[in-house]
Design a protein. Sequence first.
Length: 255
Amino acid sequence: MSPRNFMYTIPWDPTSEQQFERLRQQRASCGWGVENVSNWRDQQLAGQRVIFWLVSSIRSSLYHAIQLTLRIKVLKPVHPCHDALLSGHILQFPQESEALSDTGSDVFPFRRERQKTFMPIGHVSMDFPPTGISDPARGRVGATSLYLSPAIRGLEFGRQVFELMRTVAGRFARYAVIDVPVRESQEAVERFEKFGDGRPEFSLVDWYENIGLKRLNGTKRFVDETDSDGRIWKVELVGMEWDLWGSELSEKPRL
């Protein structure tokens, strides 16, 4: 079953210790960036970054059923996609079995339905320049730090995340700039295998091009990233750009 329309976003609350710790847990599962979470908190409070939780559109009854199955190994089916999705995530990451309170601020000029509690299955960041964006038609935002639970990868959720980001980021700027890691080198393959992604089956750069991003002059750069075990990896990145105001978005209202 397609996961389309089964995901929405909730702003991360940088003042919540519960949400701060959950982000650290997910960055540890990702394999890098745990040490950056404190800086990200400061940047979000300063208006230079906004991190979104990625949440499945799951009914609260299913969440309680999953909590029950963690104890008695029985899960009453509610929705076949959600059953496999959320139970698989919690069983793989039991430290994330507690629901979070929706205390994030409404930091964007659009309405959202506030949830009492929610279960994030990933997160993504939208980064703003320190000077802000004065001309949205020429503005650029960064789309960074995307993480999806390994339990739900390969189900087209990645594509839906970018459609969500397109809707949100397109209200502020025309372009999104993304640094895409190259996964074909031997070191990159070793890194992905270590953190549970398995051997990459396709090029991320090709995947991003297929959903509409373009390479920025073919430029590449290398950065050092320290994983949750303290090992330093040299990561090759390809700069790419996405026109958020393409034909699919042109008829949608921008506030």
